[in-house]
Design a protein around this ligand. Structure first.
Ligand code: GTQ
Length: 342
């Protein structure tokens, strides 16, 4: 950090003052100590050595392998019921945040399990949630009075402040990826949360069979992606990328297809993303190392992290990032590069 003696406060003047000149030997240090006590800090010292030219999230590229996580989910299922846990979720904690519940700078991610017959009780909060179903048929989520079936590959959105509960009426565990904008909403100090008086809210309307909600189903989303793949050439960095219709004010969601033999070009963008592998396998290379992924694995590419994807047999990825809020604020940037770290 800063140079010698600039920041650390000198110890209080000793009762036996034998060298009265000691303090004034470093008047700058004395100044910083004095103003620190007055809740003031010198910008030119605090910023010394800090790279202000580009973003620098502590988030690291990271992968959670489903083969490792699933047994832990089943263990959790034996330890506590969904209703007692309220949400029985294993949180994907990015190693860059020292155990905090953050996957990226602005996004929370977790994997939730609801066993047959179980209920995750009704509540609402000011965060938006996007869920992507990984396995199990027979779960339902009710959002503001309308029940929606959850099948593998479906995306379900819980808009901010809408009542929601989940239940599993099928015969197999239901497991899905939850992505919430919690760290962002937390940074704004606007988190509110309320528990519904009933475990399950009353059903007051039928779910939407058309419009955005219908297009978030596995089949229609995949059909839209395949249409894109038939009609347009693949992007050198992204392959084909279908963007879901408006999943709320902060997050964007994608279904992305990497063609067979994909050897992606490097790219970085300011939106940090969480991906779930829907089909196939491949690898992602970053300046912080490379990792392989396969079906149902979840991985994170932090904001402004230069990376590229490769996939021999082709792959389909589901992705969520904070792109929507960055666009709204006019902050989003991307760079596609041959080289040069900047
Ligand atoms: O299902 O409502 O993973 O409120 C974290 C917070 C899931 C949910 C999470 C939540 C939920």
């Amino acid at each position: 950090m800063p140079r010698k003696g600039a920041v650390s406060a000198p110890t209080e003047v000793s009762p036996v003052v034998t060298r009265p000149m000691q303090r004034s030997e470093d008047p700058e240090a004395a100044f910083h100590a004095r103003i620190g006590a007055e809740n003031l800090g010198a910008l030119w010292v605090g910023r010394r050595g800090v790279d202000l030219a580009r973003p620098g999230t502590p988030a690291r590229p990271a992968v959670w392998r489903y083969g490792d996580v699933r047994p832990r989910l089943m263990e959790a299922g034996g330890l506590i019921g969904a209703e007692d846990a309220f949400r029985r979720v294993l949180v994907l904690q990015n190693p860059g945040f020292g155990g905090a519940m953050r996957a990226t700078q602005t996004l929370y991610a977790g994997i939730q399990i609801v066993l047959p017959g179980e209920i995750a009780p009704c509540h609402r909060h000011s965060q938006t949630a996007i869920r992507f179903v990984i396995e199990g048929n027979g779960a339902l989520t009710t959002v503001d009075g309308a029940a929606t079936a959850m099948a593998p590959g479906d995306m379900v959105v819980t808009p901010q402040w809408s009542w929601h509960d989940h239940r599993n009426e099928g015969g197999e565990p239901a497991i899905w990826l939850d992505i919430l904008d919690t760290p962002l909403i937390d940074a704004l100090d606007t988190v509110f949360r309320e528990t519904h008086p009933e475990t399950l809210q009353p059903l007051t309307r039928t779910g939407a069979e058309s419009g955005p909600a219908a297009n978030r189903r596995a089949g229609p989303a995949r059909a839209a992606l395949d249409r894109l793949a038939r009609e347009t050439p693949p992007d050198p960095c992204l392959g084909w990328r279908f963007r879901y219709d408006d999943p709320g004010p902060t997050m964007a969601a994608f279904l992305q297809r990497l063609p067979v033999g994909f050897d992606g070009a490097p790219r970085r963008a300011t939106d940090g993303a969480v991906y779930c592998v829907v089909e196939g396998e491949g690898a992602t290379e970053t300046g912080d190392g490379a990792f392989e992924w396969r079906v149902k694995d979840v991985f994170v590419v932090p904001g402004w992290c230069r990376h590229r994807h490769v996939s021999g047999g082709g792959a389909v990825l589901f992705g969520v990032s904070d792109l929507a809020v960055q666009e709204r604020l006019g902050l989003w940037r991307e760079r596609r590069s041959g080289g040069g770290e900047s």
